[in-house]
Design a binder for this molecule. Structure first.
Ligand SMILES: *[C@@H]1O[C@H](CO)[C@@H](O)[C@H](O)[C@H]1NC(C)=O
Ligand SMILES: *[C@@H]1O[C@H](CO)[C@@H](O)[C@H](O)[C@H]1NC(C)=O
Length: 495
């Protein structure tokens, strides 16, 4: 694949900081970058503005209730099949584990090192992906992912005997059942890593916002960006839905799954919706699960996070649903010369209960969550207990699950940080620094080719991507509207 990345340009290309930067999106990428910029000497004279639809000055409005950076919990793990992400997550975990002072990231219940039980299954791999998957690395199965992750975790823990003692192989279903402690499970192989756990997502974002505010360097604008402004081949700012225009020397789009509505990503990253269900427990049930680790089944993508405030979360890290929509106004085209084609106006974008209050989750997804619950926590009293809440969480998915963090190759003054692929949250304490390195044209070498702007994918399409990193379950290529039309969906999606 040829690289058009600015990150990969020789370092002789000098970097001169912009006098102003506009960051679109206040998620993990956007806000993390704002913090790193505010702390970096090179940007001491740069004015930093963050614009987002959620208004951080209004209590309860931040993060937006349908953002991917919000809700009760996120898995925090260095358990990756890819050594570069494993090492970066290991770096992040040092920050998550800080709990000594109330202002530390991991304090006040923001981080819980409950352990992570990761299992694979020797079953045949999920159905092969369509044409967009061709020409990529060979597809990993859930079991491949689990075994490679095990090797990386052992290698990371080898530097410290205390860490190493907290990781153990689970070679058969009985060992898995013992480690899970709920009576459930039958996967064929796995391991437990007590150095991993989960974070309270909303509380961690509030912590990050507090850090950014404390610098006194960042202006916040509440508003919905509808398009990017440009003059010839230079991006100059963003236009809001109320007609306001924000101008800046450098514009960074970090709008997560919404990014494709602003910039044509040429099929590099696509919004996919993932199902989540929440179940209310009694105090006694929560007590019985007090020692339960996070469990992630890499063959199905299904996972359960231990309960908090008597709510149990069940989710599926899958290919997800796409939601193709035709935009009224086209996003910024691939280049100033690009014709405005059909493909550039039809993109997959989030559909959430904020914009669609009657939204529910497809019966197919709800049934899968139910299966995971029955297998992982096989208590008859939970079998038919209805979900108290369901949700679609929107990822910005790339084909390799690599992030997309780079200067735009064809537009000046435009930087993109998206493609979270549903695994970015854990990097909250470190990703802003890395993004800032990329802005300074000093991208970490191990991520240069992973994060750069890919010239175009083989079957260029604005609406489909199949993420083949071995961590996804479910069926590829499901269209949300089709799935919703199939059967009465179970519960309204409340966020
Ligand atoms: C992980 O933690 C659980 C719960 O505290 C404990 O029972 C188990 O022995 C630990 N396993 C390892 C490998 O440290
Ligand atoms: C993981 O999913 C597979 C189905 O692919 C299943 O056979 C296995 O029992 C599951 N493992 C656990 C621990 O739930």
């Amino acid at each position: 694949m040829t690289s058009a990345s600015s990150c990969s340009r020789p370092s002789s290309s000098p970097f001169s900081p912009p006098s102003s930067i506009l960051i679109i999106g206040s998620g993990v990428f956007g806000l993390g970058t704002a913090l790193a910029l505010a702390r970096r000497d090179a940007f001491a004279q740069c004015s930093i503005t963050v614009v987002d639809r959620s208004d951080p000055s209004q209590s309860g409005a931040f993060p937006s209730p349908d953002a991917a950076s919000v809700d009760t919990s996120r898995i925090i793990r260095a358990d990756y099949a890819d050594p570069a992400y494993a090492a970066l997550a290991d770096e992040a975990q040092v920050e998550w584990r800080k709990q000594g002072k109330p202002t530390d990231l991991g304090a006040e219940g923001r981080y819980n090192e409950a352990g992570l039980l990761l299992v694979g299954d020797a079953a045949p791999p999920a159905p092969a992906a369509g044409p967009a998957g061709e020409g990529l690395k060979p597809k990993l199965t859930g079991m491949d992912y689990a075994r490679m992750s095990w090797a990386n975790v052992l290698s990371l823990a080898s530097k410290d005997p205390e860490l190493a003692a907290r990781v153990r192989e689970l070679p058969n279903p009985d060992a898995i059942r013992d480690a899970l402690g709920t009576g459930g499970s039958s996967g064929s192989w796995g391991y437990i890593n007590n150095n991993s756990g989960w974070a309270n997502a909303a509380a961690s974002m509030a912590w990050l916002l507090g850090q950014v505010r404390r610098t006194g360097r960042v202006n916040f604008v509440a508003g919905t960006v509808v398009s990017l402004e440009h003059s010839e081949n230079t991006v100059t700012g963003a236009k809001l839905d109320d007609g306001r225009v924000l101008s800046a020397d450098l514009v960074m789009v970090a709008a997560g799954a919404w990014t494709g509505g602003l910039v044509d990503l040429g099929g590099q990253a696509v919004a996919t919706g993932q199902v989540l269900g929440y179940l209310d427990l009694t105090e006694a049930e929560q007590e019985k699960l007090a020692k339960m680790p996070v469990i992630l089944n890499l063959s199905t993508g299904l996972f359960i996070i231990p309960p908090k405030d008597r709510v149990l979360k069940i989710a599926r890290h899958a290919y997800g649903y796409i939601n193709p929509v035709t935009l009224g106004s086209a996003p910024l085209p691939l280049s100033p010369e690009s014709p405005r084609t059909e493909a550039s106006v039809s993109v997959s974008l989030p559909r959430t209960s904020v914009t669609d209050p009657s939204l529910s989750i497809p019966a197919e997804g709800a049934a899968d969550l139910r299966c995971a619950l029955r297998e992982m926590i096989p208590w008859p009293e939970l079998y038919d207990r209805p979900f108290s809440k369901t949700r679609l969480c929107w990822y910005s998915d790339t084909a390799t699950a690599d992030f997309l963090i780079d200067y735009h190759p064809n537009w000046k003054s435009l930087f993109v940080a998206t493609g979270d692929s549903g695994h970015a949250f854990k990097f909250l304490p470190v990703i802003g620094e890395k993004i800032t390195d990329c802005i300074m044209r000093n991208c970490p070498p191990e991520f240069k080719d992973k994060w750069n702007w890919k010239s175009t994918t083989p079957a260029r399409s604005g609406t489909t991507v199949f993420t083949e990193d071995g961590s996804r379950g479910g069926m590829p290529g499901l269209v949300l509207a089709d799935e919703l039309a199939k059967a009465e969906a179970v519960v309204p999606a409340t966020a």
